[in-house]
Design a protein around this ligand. Sequence first.
Ligand SMILES: Cc1ncc(COP(=O)(O)O)c(C=O)c1O
Length: 457
Amino acid sequence: MTHPDYDHLQQAAKDHLWMHFTRHSSFDHADVPVIVRGEGPYIWDARGKRYLDGLAGLFVSQLGHGRTELAEAAAKQARELAFMPLWSYAHPRAIELAERVAGYAPGELNRVFFTSGGGEAVETAWKLAKNYFKLTGKPMKHKVISRSIAYHGTTQGALSITGLPGLKAPFEPLVPSTFRVPSTNFYRAPQHGDDLEAFGRWAADQIAVVIEDEGPETVAAVFLEPVQNAGGCFPPPPGYFQRVREICDEYDVLLVSDEVICAFGRLGHMFGAERYGYQPDIITCAKGITSGYAPLGAMIATERLMEPFLDGLNSFAHGFTFAGHPVSCAVAMANLDIFENEKVLENVRDNEGAFRSTLERLTDLPIVGDVRGDGYFYGIELVKDKETKATFDDDESERLLRGFLSKALYDEGLYCRADDRGDPVVQLAPPLICTQEHFDEIEQILRVVLDKAGTLL
Ligand SMILES: Cc1ncc(COP(=O)(O)O)c(C=O)c1O
């Protein structure tokens, strides 16, 4: 049934709502998609049409929609204590959640600094890295290394770390002192294209090359996602992170695992670092920690990094009003209870093989060049020519992704994203409660739409 206020919602959206990363002109002659409710892995628009949430909102809705336990946890906390900042005061939910998250995090990652979201966590990590080295006698260490095409957020520091020149250009000059190394895109490996491990070692070694070029005494941290999202899901080759760890130890550079997407079950573990067996100095996370029922992020640091701040007059002069909000922390606790009670991580681990093989059926389509990812996190790279791996030019990308794909997938009942920040990819990250019937639905819709897309070129 169409929402009773449909026409007003449309007009007010067009007149007043400034949407994020949105070309507003595309709604000059089209309706704004307005989503009004959700249940499990499905969402409904204001006309009453149902969609499979193939992106968990934005890599967020791990448990799916409509979980009343999470809504009730929020309401209970708002009644008990709606707000208290973490500026020299604490509240029980932040304390309990910090203890719990520290318990899940690998190794000595025992100190949890809450934020309101992912970008703030990335900002916090960079500021901590700089501040830590100033306090420990290496004041020149301030530079950051990250990977090309990687997305780390939109605030000026996080955007500086981001490796997407097009996204940064309108806001230059940004924060100086960031440097890029190659991603682990094996499909388009510039070296060792026939040997995954050798390629991974080469890609990791590029970090050492940049550290040497810049001077180890100036480099503070390297920011890497366990599986890089932008560009279309690049998992790490075997041994990649182990080599990165060695390099970081050799040059005293902090390894920051940006797990804003990859933590809290996306890869079948609480943290991606656990899945790939490496020990970061800092983890940044957000999104899935609450399954989206309230906003929250966190930076998790090792004991070593907090140590200088435990001394005398020292403090980390940094914070955000809403970070570690009591309602968000209460929701996160309830979310993690459900993770444990309903064995959500096990569900991902048990079903990820089926998800992969269902998506791999699509490789029979001429437009599908590569299907890659891990856990419930996949990218499907689209190509003009499968044999040569030739990709689309800007014009074709524009026609294919913006002009056709995103809308066609949505019209067929699949909410997900066609992205061309690197090579053109369809991104998939469904709620972690999904099973074979949902994988089949995703595959069937993609098959219809990608088949048609192939004929348009
Ligand atoms: C890896 C990574 N880091 C940081 C961010 C920024 O998070 P937020 O949008 O919550 O600021 C994102 C957002 O998608 C992300 O994927």
